[in-house]
Ligand binder design. Structure first.
Ligand code: MSP
Length: 524
């Protein structure tokens, strides 16, 4: 499990004093893989953007990063959706996988690979791992009888079924199914899972989801079905080819299989396994925090360091987003109107990562205008304009304001500690406090008044040098959130490097000419 820890690079920023057991130098982050029977929507964009912020930040720190996303293509929901449209499941999967694959670059997500569970390489590796689970004696054949929802591809337990035998999620009438299945002996892992939770108090984050998973385990684990006999659309069970694996087993294994073939001719497993963070929505908690570690134990593979569970995005009215309620926020509309950076910023800023939160276009507009345009964009424009107006477009080679510098000193470390715990909203709060500090500094120093008095020339030099430096330093930390805007600004300042050590408030920009800058967040 620890084979690949080769220690920090000499020039890398030094260790993070946090309690989370972060590995020295490799960071593997994953999104859930998305079902191809639906179109990409805001919920998918949300998880992908959050993972991207973490991945970009860790790359800034010189860590060896792998960021994975992709699509979940097997199972009954896809087979049924394809049948309803008169298509082969593979054709429907191909069509919709393309849309998810295109979503990542639209969001400016920097994923290192995009996995599709219909990839031959994935299927072969799923068979290898589950064959090992079988050989290790954790499977058996049995008869499963229960209430089944074809839309969820899941059997429902008695106490969650709605009146009239209806699905609690889809409200459709459930089907009574009796099936000969292969079972996975989840119950055999009761004690080992309890031990895992006792040993790794950060295994599931935030804490309330850790508690939820732990009490699910404590209530007693029952074996779960591992295969489907009636279904053809899936990965064939190698020891019983009349069956395909239950889609969740095939899907969860994507996190492992991808490392084996993402880079042709290279196996990344030793370098990145196990994942640092699986980031998921709370709807799929049980699968990731109970089934998944048990399955890995059964296959003798290392379990992930953390599963981070984020909340749900709700409509502006606080209800679940749905077309019929007219409260859906469309990520593509937001990007068309305000740009990709605005969508990224809004989602990371307005909904505390880990909690549920309402989102809506009015709130997007408010954040865009008040924060991106007026606070950050305006600070950037003013700073650059004043350097042009008062100092011929060159950042004065003066020392920066020592007091201001002290207020920025701790910021890079504070941000990285918080991002080590996968809290992008909290980190953005810390960064934004400094953006606001710089705006206050402009008002306090009133450079336009200093410019009128030749005796104040040194103070004006110090002010402009400090503003340029503060803006530059804070922008380095903002880069993972709004990469495109930060790149434009840093280019204009003549300091394009976004490595983490550049987030220190120093004398980086002194004496450099600045370029002109179009408004980063123009009025809409
Ligand atoms: N295919 C499974 C996951 C398999 S992972 C091995 C699946 N797919 S899904 O397309 O339904 O995507 C679910 C994920 O999308 C959630 O876990 C969450 O990350 C994201 N979201 C979908 N709707 C969401 C909201 N309304 N709010 C926040 N995130 C949501 O489940």
């Amino acid at each position: 499990m620890d084979a690949r820890r080769n220690g920090p690079r000499d020039d890398a920023p030094q260790a993070r004093p946090n309690k989370v057991s972060r590995r020295a130098m490799s960071f593997y982050v994953t999104t859930p893989i998305y079902y191809v029977n639906a179109q990409p929507h805001l919920g998918h964009a949300y998880t992908t953007i959050a993972c991207d912020v973490l991945a970009r930040h860790m790359r800034q720190r010189g860590e060896d990063v792998f960021f994975l996303t992709g699509t979940d293509e097997h199972g009954e929901p896809v087979a049924d959706a394809a049948a309803a449209q008169g298509m082969e499941p593979q054709a429907l999967a191909d069509l919709n996988a393309e849309k998810f694959k295109a979503l990542a670059p639209q969001l400016d997500a920097s994923n290192d690979f995009f996995i599709r569970t219909t990839d031959e390489e994935h299927k072969r590796r799923v068979q290898d791992v589950l064959q090992r689970v079988h050989d290790n004696g954790y499977t058996y054949k049995g008869v499963y009888e229960g209430w089944y929802c074809p839309r969820c591809a899941d059997f429902k337990v008695e106490n969650e079924i709605l009146e009239g035998n209806r699905c609690p999620i889809h409200e459709i009438v459930l089907e009574r199914h009796q099936e000969e299945n292969w079972f996975f002996q989840l119950s055999a892992f009761q004690e080992r899972l309890e031990q895992l939770y006792a040993d790794q108090p950060d295994f599931v984050m935030p804490k309330h989801h850790y508690n939820e998973a732990r009490s699910f385990i404590a209530s007693g684990l029952q074996d779960i079905s591992l295969s489907r006999k009636r279904l053809k659309w899936g990965v064939t069970v190698p020891w019983d080819p009349e069956h395909v694996f239950y889609v969740w087993f095939d899907a969860l294994l994507n996190y492992y299989t991808a490392l084996g073939y993402a880079r042709p001719g290279e196996d990344l497993t030793d370098r990145f396994w196990p994942a640092t963070y699986h980031v998921i929505g709370k709807d799929i908690l049980k699968f990731h925090t109970v089934f998944w570690p048990a399955m890995l134990m059964a296959a003798e593979l290392a379990v992930p360091e953390h599963v981070f569970v984020h909340g749900f995005l709700l409509g502006a009215d606080g209800r679940k987003m749905s077309k019929s309620l007219g409260n859906v926020l469309d990520p593509f509309e937001v990007m068309d109107e305000y740009g990709t950076d605005a969508l990224r910023f809004y989602l990371m800023r307005d909904v505390a990562f880990g909690s549920d939160g309402s989102v809506g276009i009015d709130a997007v507009r408010a954040r865009y205008e008040a924060e991106l345009a007026n606070e950050y964009g305006n600070l950037a424009s003013r700073t650059i304009a004043m350097i042009h107006r008062y100092r011929d477009g060159v950042v004065p080679s003066a020392l920066t304001d020592g007091e201001l510098a002290r207020e920025f000193e701790a910021l890079p470390a504070e941000v990285s500690v918080v991002l080590d715990r996968a809290e992008p909203t909290r980190a953005l709060d810390l960064i934004w406090e400094r953006v606001r500090r710089l705006n206050r500094y402009v008002e306090e120093r009133a450079p336009w008044q200093l410019a009128r008095d030749p005796e104040q020339a040194d103070r004006l030099d110090e002010t402009l040098a400090s503003l340029a430096e503060g803006l530059r330093a804070v922008s380095v930390l903002l880069h993972p959130y709004v990469p495109d805007s930060v790149e434009k600004l840093l280019l204009a300042l003549g300091t394009p490097d976004v490595a983490y050590e550049r987030a220190l408030f120093a004398e980086r920009g002194s004496g450099l000419p600045v370029q002109s800058l179009e408004p980063l967040f123009p009025k809409r």
